[in-house]
Each structure stands twice: as structure tokens, then as C-alpha cells.
Design a protein around this ligand. Structure first.
Ligand code: SAH
Ligand code: SF4
Length: 350
């Protein structure tokens, strides 16, 4: 048997035993091999997690950012960005609307924006928790004390992608920060009792195939509850504006292999994948993904949250976005999960 075939057989019988060489062989799947890889990832998803798809309503509440990540359209100094901040009352209203539509998780995402002090953000978190929903934060790097305070205010999960497991590439793309620090923050989040989400971009300029294998093994090692993997999309206002985007095939391959490496992880069909191809999210749900994140940001702000260009859904309101995702789930013969959608790991079960 060839290396790919051997690795696939091993994934079928003993997911946890996949080595770096196995993961590399799976990621190298060519056109002929991909359908087998996708089919196995879909079976593992179905066997371990069932047919339920979790909806997470995301509110992009501020696009101010002190960060200078080379890939991101919101980086500080990006003059073409119209900056906005939602008032706490506005965030709460958007969360109430999402909860009213039956969503059981609210994701609060922003640039790294010090305007939202511990006091302000903790107040928002505890008010949203009264809506009987789970809360995920995705607000970038914060001090250990802040992270503890947000947890005490009721935040359940924290999404902080490691972006790339290649330390040199990480340092180049995120000036002034290190992969080691990012990984340290992820370990701290776990210790604080958060369900931790990491992830990365596929097709970053300078990214190597072995480093993508390391992305997946790093997340297995960290024992994260969620893995957000989407294609890199060049933003014209950034230093990487002239680089090519990550491809649909490569992203689906990485998702499928992620499902095999981490059989019970929550794996979103990302908005970035839906942006590079209108079929992207549907295909992702059929090769391992089990989460989808409808945008519930008020329509007037959406076009300004331009992390990457051409983001799908900026012309819709929250109701249309949620409806679109529900129709997609139905069209695939799957069903929407009813609970909070915590990790299936014992410590978090509902
Ligand atoms: N400021 C926070 C959260 C917002 S950014 C943070 O950085 O953690 C959310 C995610 O957007 C990042 O983790 C990154 O993976 C993704 N992102 C940024 N620029 C992107 C691009 N050009 N293409 C695809 N994804 C991008
Ligand atoms: Fe800021 Fe996050 Fe964009 Fe980096 S990826 S510039 S931290 S919003």
C-alpha cells in the first residue's frame, strides 16, 4: 500500500495514533485520493458527533485594532478602514435578537481594542449570559487577569487562533509577537476552564506543507475544543495584498485531515471558505465540519469588518444570514443542534 493508503487505514482504525508522517501523507492527497479522504472524514464526524450542526451567531462589535498582522485588513494603520465601535447596549440588542432566533451561542469578535476595558466587556458578557446562551470571546490577546475576569463574568469559550505553527512565519506575519506566547495563552485559557478554540489559515504566503501538519498536531497536543481553519484571502490594503489566496481543495483537505486527527473537535465551515467559493461551507460540512457561524452583526456595520475583501453576507441582515444557514443545513439532510453546543468532552457536557 502507498503512504496515503496506509495513513488512511490507520486513521480508520486508530485516529489518535496518527504520526507526523501519516498526517503529511494525508495532506498530500491528490485529486484521485481526495474523495476517499473526504468520505472517511464525513463518516468519522457522523460516528463521533452525529448529524447535528451547531450554529454560532457572531457579532463583530469593533473593528479598531492595535495589532499589525500583515494579513489582516483591520491592522492598525490601514487608512482605508472606516472604524466603528458598537455600544454595550447595541451589542446586547444584537445578542438578544440572535437569542430570539433560537441561537444558543453568541461569539463576540473584535480587533484588539483597549476601549473595551475589563469592566465594560465583563458587563456585556454577564448581561448576554442572562439570555441563556453560551458566550465565546474572540478579542485577541488579553492579560491573564483580564482572561480570568471574563471567565468569572461567564464567558464559556475563547477563540485565539495560533494562525501558523511555523515560528519564523508567525513572527514575520505578526510583528512583535511570538508563537510561543500565543501557545502559552492557549494553555492558560484551558487552565482557566475555557473551552479553547485555535486554528490557522491555509495557503499563507511562505507556508510549507510540513508546517500545516504541525498546525494540526499542535492543536491535538493542546487538546483544543475547537479548530477554526479557513483559507488565507489577500486584502489589497495590506502588505500581503499581492499574494494568492488559499484554495478550496487545500482547505477542504486540511479540514478533513483535522477531523481525522481530532475526531471530536468542533470544526466550523468558515465564512472565509464561503467567501472564496459559494459552495465552500456546504462542502466543508460534508468533509468533517459540524459548526457554522451565521453573522448576526447589524447590517450597517458589516461591510466595515473587512478582515479580508469580498466577505460573503455583508449585504444581509441577521435574520437572512441565520435563515441561509438553516436552509443549508436542511439541504444537506442534517439538523440544527438544540443545546448550547459545548464540547462533547466529559468536562463540558450539558
Ligand atoms: N483580533 C482577533 C479576532 C479577530 S481576527 C484575533 O486576531 O484573534 C479573526 C481571524 O481572522 C484571525 O484569527 C485570522 O485567522 C483571520 N484572518 C485575518 N486576516 C485574514 C485573511 N486575510 N484571510 C483569512 N483570514 C484572516
Ligand atoms: Fe487585529 Fe486580529 Fe486583524 Fe491581527 S488578525 S490585525 S489582531 S483584527
Amino acid at each position: 500500500m502507498d503512504l496515503f493508503g496506509e495513513a488512511l487505514a490507520k486513521a480508520e482504525s486508530d485516529c489518535r495514533g496518527l504520526s507526523f508522517e501519516d498526517v503529511t501523507a494525508l495532506l498530500g492527497a491528490g485529486e484521485v485520493e481526495r474523495p476517499r479522504l473526504y468520505a472517511l472524514a464525513d463518516r468519522v464526524r457522523s460516528r463521533r458527533l452525529g448529524e447535528e450542526v451547531h450554529l454560532r451567531g457572531i457579532i463583530e462589535f469593533s473593528n479598531y485594532c492595535t495589532g499589525t498582522c500583515l494579513y489582516c485588513g483591520l491592522r492598525s494603520g490601514g487608512e482605508r478602514v472606516h472604524r466603528y465601535r458598537m455600544e454595550p447596549a447595541e451589542i446586547l440588542e444584537a445578542a438578544g435578537e440572535a437569542a430570539g432566533m433560537g441561537l444558543k451561542t453568541i461569539v463576540l469578535q473584535s480587533g484588539e481594542d483597549p476601549f473595551y476595558t475589563v469592566k465594560i466587556l465583563s458587563g456585556v458578557i454577564s448581561a448576554i449570559k442572562k439570555l441563556d446562551v453560551a458566550v465565546t470571546l474572540s478579542v485577541g490577546v488579553r492579560t491573564p487577569e483580564e482572561l480570568r475576569a471574563f471567565r468569572e463574568a461567564g464567558a464559556d469559550r475563547y477563540l485565539l487562533k495560533h494562525e501558523t505553527a511555523d515560528p519564523a512565519l508567525f513572527a514575520r506575519l505578526r510583528p512583535g509577537t511570538t508563537l510561543a506566547d500565543r501557545v502559552g495563552s492557549l494553555r492558560l485559557l484551558k487552565r482557566l476552564g475555557y473551552q479553547a478554540g485555535s486554528g490557522g489559515m491555509v495557503g499563507l504566503p511562505g507556508q510549507t506543507a510540513p508546517s500545516v501538519a504541525r498546525d494540526l498536531l499542535l492543536m491535538r497536543d493542546l487538546d483544543v475544543e475547537m479548530a477554526g481553519l479557513g483559507p488565507f484571502i489577500p486584502h489589497p490594503g495590506t502588505p500581503l495584498g499581492g499574494s494568492p489566496a488559499g484554495s478550496l481543495e487545500m482547505t477542504l483537505t486540511v479540514l478533513a485531515v483535522a477531523r481525522l486527527v481530532m475526531p471530536e473537535v468542533h470544526l466550523p465551515a468558515t465564512t472565509a471558505l464561503g467567501t472564496i467559493d459559494p459552495r465552500g461551507r456546504g462542502l466543508a460540512l460534508r468533509c468533517g465540519a459540524n459548526v457554522i457561524m451565521p453573522n448576526v452583526t447589524p447590517r450597517r456595520y458589516r461591510s466595515h469588518y473587512s478582515i479580508y475583501p469580498g466577505k460573503t453576507g455583508v449585504d444581509r441582515d441577521p435574520y437572512a444570514s441565520v435563515r441561509e444557514m438553516r436552509l443549508l443545513i436542511e439541504s444537506l439532510g442534517r439538523r440544527e443542534a438544540a443545546g448550547y453546543g459545548h464540547s462533547p468532552k466529559k468536562a463540558y457536557s450539558e
